[in-house]
Design a protein around this ligand. Structure first.
Ligand SMILES: [Zn+2]
Ligand SMILES: [Zn+2]
Length: 220
């Protein structure tokens, strides 16, 4: 691996000697020096590769989000900064492009996560922001490009997808060979299931009930 020239100053501030442990600070040279030390010692290979290919300059120091506890106490977030996931997130926060206004991801907009600011890096972590990546993994970030491939619909009647999709003519054709009497019996069975469920769970089954009811009406 090519040797990376980690910066010894950020935003004009010379970094001091790095402390051995995470300093109890939300931001500042000491925290940044500690982060740089972690990068020098255990830089994730994805970060090294991206940095090498794009030759980026560091843009800013890291900022942690103050945690508000029950009872009004506050504390510095305490999480494992040496994890590869954490370091990859720090890399985005310190080298990435700031997201503003409507471009801010869902979690950052709600002030969630350990880091302040929503930053992304093109071609890194599928576009997830550093705050989401360092915490729960990039897949929770609303900016991340991790849309799953559309799943093929299964033939399950109670699968819950009934209400979400428009009726297709094929559905009726599929029922052609079944005598109406049998369909009626099946529909009654569904009603009884839905009714049983609606007694235990109030909201969702009633939606299902009406969905079944209306699709029954359309079927005959
Ligand atoms: Zn974000
Ligand atoms: Zn995010």
């Amino acid at each position: 691996m090519e040797k990376i020239a980690w910066p010894d100053e950020i935003g004009g501030e010379i970094l001091p000697d790095a402390p051995d442990k995470q300093p109890q600070q939300l931001r500042g040279p000491e925290l940044n020096a500690y982060i740089m030390k972690l990068f020098k010692e255990m830089c994730p290979s994805t970060v090294a590769r991206h940095l090498g290919e794009n030759n980026l300059e560091i843009k800013r120091g890291l900022e942690l989000r103050l945690r508000y506890m029950k009872g009004g106490q506050v504390k510095i977030p305490n999480f494992d900064m040496t994890r590869q996931q954490s370091l990859s997130g720090f890399y985005i926060q310190m080298y990435g492009e700031e997201q503003k206004g409507d471009d801010i991801c869902g979690r950052c907009a709600k002030n969630k996560g350990n880091l302040v600011g929503c930053y992304v890096l093109e071609g890194f972590a599928k576009g997830a922001c550093g705050n989401c990546l360092s915490g729960s993994g990039g897949s929770v970030c609303s900016l991340a490009d991790c849309t799953p491939a559309p799943r093929k619909r299964k033939g399950s009647v109670l699968g819950g997808s009934l209400s979400k999709r428009p009726r297709e003519d094929d559905d009726e054709a599929a029922l052609d060979g079944i005598p109406s009497k049998h369909l009626e019996t099946f529909a009654n069975f569904l009603y009884s299931v839905v009714e049983r469920r609606s007694r235990s769970k109030p909201l969702y089954p009633s939606v299902l009930y009406y969905t079944c009811f209306f699709s029954f009406l359309f079927t005959f």
